[in-house]
Design a protein around this ligand. Sequence first.
Ligand code: URA
Length: 446
Amino acid sequence: MVGPLRAVDVIRKKRDGGKLTPEEIAFFVQGAVSGTGWMPYQVSALLMAIYFRGMDLEETACLTQAMAASGQRWDWSDLPGPVVDKHSTGGVGDKTSLILAPLAAACGVYVPMMSGRGLGHTGGTLDKLEAIPGFRVEWEPEQIRSILRDVGLIMMGPTAAMAPADRILYALRDVTATVESIPLITASILSKKIAEGIAALVLDVKCGRGAFMKHRPDAEALALSLQQVGTAAGLRLVTLLTAMDAPLGCCIGNALEVKEAIETLQGRGPEDVTALSVRLAAHMVLLGGLADSLAQAEARVRQALQSGQGLERFRRCVMQQGGDPRVLDRPELLPQAPHVEAWRAPRAGYVAALHADRLGQASMLLGAGRARLEDTVDPAVGIVCRVRPGQKVSPGECLLEVHYRQDQSLKAALPLLEQAVILEDGPPAALPNEPLVLHTWGAGTA
Ligand code: URA
């Protein structure tokens, strides 16, 4: 292209299937943030062209770096240990961040965990943490530095100065039906993590009914893209593909999930939540260079769990971030819904499936999640699954506990609940979410 770059030429090039140069991608990202040379409708047009034509690895890596460079980048080189984070693409009942961050910190990893809010049927770590009375997720840079140094972890929301290009592009993607694009998702996730200044990252890509990616080939393509682009950006990276057909654990809803996370840190959590939290934390420990093998890293994390060191880290985190630490010993201090309704088995049978998507949607209708970004959430409401897949049930047995505030929201959720628990006459041949870890890419998988 001769002469100054023009948005229309970049859009045309991608529309016709061309490969964008690093200069064109930088021009696009800078223009999207500053408005120079790019109107929002032109930014949207290029997003749609990328949605249809895709981007190769090199273009995606360039886009990721340009988005990361659009704002502040943290530098943690003054910390005396490895700085590692974890990111999940989002699931139903996934409270592992609340468990693995203190466990990894107890093993010597520094975890500056920047999380998001729930949207649609999937929950968000920030909403869960804010169910703890007083817990704050927004901090000034100097406070972030001080909490991380002192506690070994901080759980926070994205700061305005970090990767502003992602905020602008995501808002446009949300209203132009261009969210579901692997290069755009890859750049969105990784640009924020690169700006976080971490040395290593563990990614948990969810796959199944309750996940963003419902089908394994799509989830694998996203996992590979994240793994390759992250590695090209200089991150040490492990990517796990994990099952999300049934909810993780028993509780769905913010305060209910905090309670289950605390129980897990007390060593009495559900098996799947414990196993996945330990596995992800172990990868963080291994990537941080604090163990020689995954088995050794897992042993260290289990020791932190069994000794209560993980729980104590979480207590310090809650205290430093303004939360009421008494909730760790007295969960009744967490917000509680005024009503609890039992959803009972209409007949005898075996639980063949617990549909994560329907339970997530039902929980959202109860008020635990948000349909649009600007909605507020009710920390107290949600669902507790009283049965697990494979379990035999009798007629009238409680399958689900519904914690609700308004009759209206219960009424809206009921049709989904009716379809969420699938009963069969005999024991199911295969159980959802088994195996939980479907595949692992990256170093330290031995
Ligand atoms: N999560 C993100 O952070 N970005 C996306 O584009 C999709 C999921």
